[in-house]
Design a protein around this ligand. Structure first.
Ligand code: FE
Length: 281
């Protein structure tokens, strides 16, 4: 028997506004939880009210890390200064390596209806911060929902579940990113490399993490941060649950962070400002 990872912390996100006034819940990247190395930020957006999302995220820069957008509902058009453009539809994933710099916009491609999903920021090692920008962007067909055991449905975005390998690859942080649906009482176990940071975020229903007396409940809107161990066990609550389970290898490097720039030193942050203002992104 390999060891189960305990839940070290459980917390809720905080309401925030970003872009031109989009309402969202910031889960990682708050005073309570500034980061979870290598993860710099996790935002959940989820609303049926157009006024909460219509303003979108007009033109803004990124340098030195990756943004990962997972759409659950709604459509979002992205466009960057290198000529890339596309529409994210429900079930699609955009893993964007900003590298040395991009300037892009992310705007709703709808005027009504539900908009729901996540944006995760993943740090890059120093050796890759100034890499050429790159997209790993795939439609819903690339993330089939697999019933891995009775009552357990998993979409593998990154990493591996049994024989199912996710479409996204990032050797630097070796990420695991799963969307897990559990019926009431259904149980799922996932090995996670030792040393990886790992968290779950429950976005529907409730779940129970761990086993026996050491188990911890997690309800909709709660983030659970796991301690060391070899695997994570989760069981669906009485109405079932849906959650994301994310893990990645921490980077043991200094972090200098200012808004959309995440580098290793303050000098590199100043350089990022200069390069952005001079149009070198
Ligand atoms: Fe962005």
């Amino acid at each position: 028997m390999s060891s189960l990872r305990p839940v070290l912390r459980k917390l809720r996100g905080m309401p925030a506004s970003d872009g031109a006034g989009v309402k969202l819940v910031r889960v990682i990247g708050t005073p309570q939880l500034p980061d979870l190395n290598p993860f710099l930020m996790l935002d959940e957006f989820g609303t049926d009210r157009p006024e909460d999302y219509l303003a979108g995220f007009p033109s803004h820069p990124h340098r030195g890390f990756e943004t990962v957008t997972y759409m659950l509902d709604g459509r979002m058009r992205h466009k960057d200064n290198h000529g890339n453009e596309g529409v994210l539809v429900p079930g699609s994933v955009q893993w964007m390596t900003a590298g040395r710099g991009i300037v892009h916009s992310e705007m709703p491609e709808q005027e009504q209806g539900r908009m729901r999903g996540f944006q995760l920021w993943v740090n890059l090692p120093a050796s890759e911060k100034m890499t050429a920008p790159r997209y790993q962007e795939y439609g819903p067909d690339h993330f089939p929902e697999t019933e891995v055991s009775p009552g357990v449905r998993v979409k593998v975005i990154a990493g591996r579940v049994g024989a199912h390998q996710g479409a996204i690859a990032q050797p630097a942080t070796d990420p695991l990113y799963l969307d897990i649906g559990l019926q009431a009482g259904a149980r799922f176990e996932q090995p996670v490399p030792e040393g990886h940071s790992a968290f779950a975020y429950v976005f529907e229903g409730a779940a129970r993490f761990g086993e026996g007396d050491a188990a911890t409940n997690g309800a909709k809107g709660e983030l659970l941060v796991f301690g060391p161990g070899e695997r994570i066990a989760v069981q669906g609550g009485q109405d079932g649950t849906r959650l994301i389970l994310v893990a990645g290898r921490p980077l043991n490097e200094p972090v200098a962070r200012y808004g959309p720039f995440v580098m290793n030193t303050q000098a590199e942050i100043r350089q990022a400002f200069e390069d952005f203002q001079a149009g070198r992104f």
